[in-house]
Design a protein around this ligand. Sequence first.
Ligand SMILES: [Zn+2]
Length: 337
Amino acid sequence: MTTTKMEIVSDQPKSHGNSGQIPPRVIISFDVEEHYRVEAAYALPCSNEQKATYHQRMVATTQRLLESLALADAKATFFFVGQIAEQSPQLIREVYRAGHEIACHSWDHQRITRHTPDSFAEDIRKNKDILEQCIGQRVIGFRAPTFSILPATAWAIDVLRECGFEYDSSIFPVRHDRYGIPAAPRYPFLACSKTASNSSTILEFPPTTYRLLKYQLPVAGGGYFRLLPTFFMDMGIRQISRLPVPVSMLYFHPWEFDPDQPKLNLSSRLSRMRTYIGISSNHARLKKLLQRYRFTRACDVAAQLNNLPLHPSLHPYEISSPTTNLDTTQNRLSSSP
Ligand SMILES: [Zn+2]
């Protein structure tokens, strides 16, 4: 029934900044980790028995999500934690056989801020290798746990390129206490570190934001999807569809669709609210969303963008630059190589 979906691909006017080479796209993605791995639970003890329970629930919920995606004829990108592939390789193959993209979400869900360049390289090589062994295909995409590519971890971009990744989706252009580079572009761009040469840029898919006056609201999924009316996500997607590279990136986690899972004993009220708000109705909301847009996988858009190396809007953006002023984004974009 794809004909009834909002055809964002064709109903938006082309902006002056869009050369017309890339029609608007909406990517849907899932970060697959067991619930106990969420950043808010980092210091919490968790027994092997509890970990096994969360793992089983993650597998079952991911399978339910596959059913919903199939019913909506939607293809998605799944960023997998490597240890899940070690424990349940059949899940990776099941997702892959359903036509979805398999991508990396680190070996054991540690933020990049806890790594050195060497330990990060080892981590993501292991993650990439095991996923590639599972599906017999090359894996090209990465998302850092908790969007942890920041000015202080810009070196990660060089490491990703050295390890053979072709795109990343770890830079959230918002202000947040745990992540975010507010001045980064809101649409796909070529991220590079201060030390990188032009050849070591990587295609970046920033999660979708909605610009309201001088604020950039995160509306790409996760807790924001559970907390805010869907209107904000729709408005964000609509705004992005008018930007120079009109590609929106949405993200969710399987544990956000499992209202019956044991709740973690999170210490702060804010963490509990962020983690559990809206979970009971979240799968129903997702099903409605799946009916309203025609979604695609990040690898398909990456292939399209990488085939257009001279696209005038894909500028290198140095993420280690000071990022204090929201209005200087355009000034930080240097010329295309
Ligand atoms: Zn994650």
